[in-house]
Design a protein around this ligand. Structure first.
Ligand code: PLP
Length: 424
C-alpha cells in the first residue's frame, strides 16, 4: 500500500501511514472496506450513528435540501425553515422549559467552546465580571477547541500545548464535595461555570455515583455557578433518555450536544440555553449581544438532516428501544468481567459500555488494548481503545440481540488470543 496523504486524527502516523483501512459502504450496523471485508461496528462511528447507516430517508431529505437551498447564512435576521423547526423540536425535548438553541457548525467541540464563552459573557452582562473561572473534572473530554482542550481531564490531550485558556480548574470526576471545596477555595465570586459529562464518555464510560448529579446541581445553585452539562455523547438517546440530564433529574443552565443530533449524516452541534442565561440577551430592551457564531451555524442541509434523523428516532421509538436494550447489552458484556485480562465491565446505562482492562495487565503490557482491538477487527468487529484503559462498546440503537452476542463473543475470543501470545 502507498503512503497516505491524509493525516488521521489522534493517530500515530508513523505506525498507520501504510496500514490504513478504507471503509466504502455501510448498512445498519455493518460496514465494508475496499477489499470487500465486512465489519460489525460496535461504536456507531464514534458514538454518533444512532439510527444506523444507509438510511435513504435521510439521504432523500439531504438531496432535496441541497437542490432547494444547500445553505444560507443565519447571521443577523436570516434563518431557514429547517433551522427554525429543528431548534423548536430540540427545545421540546429539553429537561427545562423555554430553552433557546445556538447551533454550531462542525460538532461538539464548537458547542463546548460556545457554552464556555457564553458562560463568561453572561456574568459580565449581569455585572459580575469577576466570575470567569471554569471548573471541569478529571477524566473529562470536552472536545478539541481552545476551551474544550483546556478543560480536558485526560492529561495526554494537553501535553506539549501550553499555555492554554486561563482560569480553569479541575476536581475529581466522582466527588461532589470536592466541587464545593474548590468553589470555596477559588471564591464563588470568581467562578463562572462547572462543566460535566453526565456519564464520562471518552474518559472510559464512567457512570455518576448515586446522587452525584443532583448534588452538584445543588452546589452550583448555592454558589451561583452555571451548570453546563456536556451531552455531546449522551443526548438523543445514547444515555437511555432524550437527555441524560432528564434521566438523572437535573436542570442544567446549558446543555451541549452534537453526534446523535444528526446521527452523523451531517456535521452539526448545538448548545441549549436555559432562560436564566438567555433572558438577559433576549428580553425586550436588552442591548447585550453574543458576538459569536460560525459561517455554517444553523446550516440548512445539516438541520434538514437533523429533522429527518429526529423523525426516525420518533417513528421507530428508538430512544425507548435503548432503554429496553441497555440491560440486554449489559447481560451480553457482563461475562467478559471473568476474563483474566479484564477487571470490570461497565454497562447498563444506555447503549454505552466499556470493558476495562486490568490496570496491572496494562502496566505490564502497554500494547494490550491495541492488540485486542486489532484481533477483534481481524474477526470482523470494530471496537476501540478508550481513554487508554478500556474497550468502547456503543452500537447503533437498532443493534440486535444476535449482533450483541457476536460482539461479546468476538471480544472474548480476542482477549483469549492476546493473552496466549508468546510475548505476553
Ligand atoms: N464533548 C464530549 C463529551 C465528547 O465526547 C466529544 C467528542 O467525542 C466532544 C465534546 C467533541 O465533539 P466533536 O468531536 O464533535 O467536536
Amino acid at each position: 500500500m502507498t503512503e497516505t496523504s491524509y493525516w488521521h486524527p489522534f493517530a500515530q502516523m508513523s505506525a498507520v501511514k501504510n496500514d490504513t483501512v478504507t471503509i466504502v459502504r455501510g448498512e445498519g450496523r455493518t460496514v465494508w472496506d475496499a477489499e470487500g471485508n465486512s465489519y460489525l461496528d460496535s461504536l456507531a462511528g464514534l458514538w454518533y450513528c444512532n439510527v444506523g447507516l444507509g438510511r435513504t430517508e435521510i439521504a432523500d431529505v439531504a438531496r432535496q435540501q441541497a437542490i432547494d437551498l444547500a445553505a444560507f447564512q443565519t447571521f443577523d435576521v436570516f434563518t431557514t425553515p429547517n433551522t427554525e423547526l429543528f431548534a423548536s423540536r430540540i427545545a421540546d425535548y429539553l429537561p427545562f422549559p423555554d430553552g433557546k438553541i445556538f447551533f454550531t457548525a462542525g460538532g461538539g467541540s464548537e458547542a463546548v467552546d460556545t457554552a464556555a464563552k457564553l458562560a463568561r459573557l453572561y456574568w459580565s452582562v449581569v455585572e459580575q465580571p469577576s466570575k470567569k473561572m471554569i471548573i471541569s473534572r478529571t477524566r473529562a473530554y470536552h472536545g478539541m477547541n481552545a476551551y474544550g482542550t483546556s478543560l480536558a481531564g485526560l492529561p495526554a490531550n494537553l501535553a506539549g500545548l501550553g499555555p492554554m485558556v486561563e482560569s480553569v480548574a479541575q476536581v475529581p470526576w466522582n466527588d461532589a464535595e470536592a466541587l464545593r471545596t474548590k468553589i470555596t477555595e477559588l471564591g464563588a465570586d470568581n467562578v463562572a461555570a462547572f462543566f460535566c459529562e453526565p456519564i464520562v464518555g471518552a474518559g472510559g464510560v464512567l457512570h455518576p455515583p448515586q446522587g452525584y448529579l443532583p448534588e452538584i446541581e445543588k452546589i452550583c445553585r448555592e454558589n451561583n455557578v452555571l451548570l453546563v452539562i456536556d451531552e455531546v455523547v449522551s443526548a438523543f438517546g445514547r444515555g437511555g433518555d432524550w437527555f441524560s440530564s432528564g434521566r438523572y433529574g437535573i436542570q442544567p443552565d446549558m446543555i451541549t450536544m452534537a453526534k446523535g443530533l444528526t446521527s452523523g449524516y451531517a456535521p452539526l452541534g448545538a448548545v441549549a440555553i436555559a432562560p436564566r442565561v438567555s433572558d438577559v440577551f433576549w428580553k425586550d430592551g436588552s442591548t447585550a449581544v453574543f458576538r459569536h457564531g460560525y459561517t455554517y451555524s444553523g446550516h440548512a442541509m445539516a438541520t434538514a438532516v437533523g429533522n429527518a434523523n429526529l423523525d426516525i428516532l420518533e417513528k421507530e421509538s428508538l430512544v425507548d428501544r435503548v432503554a429496553e436494550y441497555e440491560s440486554v447489552m449489559a447481560s451480553h458484556l457482563a461475562p467478559l468481567a471473568d476474563h483474566p485480562l479484564v477487571d470490570e465491565v461497565r454497562a447498563g446505562v444506555g447503549l454505552l459500555g466499556a470493558v476495562n482492562i486490568d490496570p496491572k495487565v496494562k502496566e505490564a503490557n502497554p500494547a494490550v488494548l491495541a492488540k485486542v482491538v486489532r484481533e477483534a477487527r481481524k474477526r470482523g468487529v470494530i471496537t476501540r481503545n478508550l481513554g487508554d484503559v478500556a474497550l468502547q462498546v456503543s452500537p447503533a440503537f437498532t443493534i440486535t440481540d444476535e449482533e450483541l452476542a457476536k460482539l461479546a463473543g468476538t471480544i472474548h475470543e480476542s482477549l483469549e488470543v492476546v493473552s496466549h501470545e508468546s510475548d505476553f
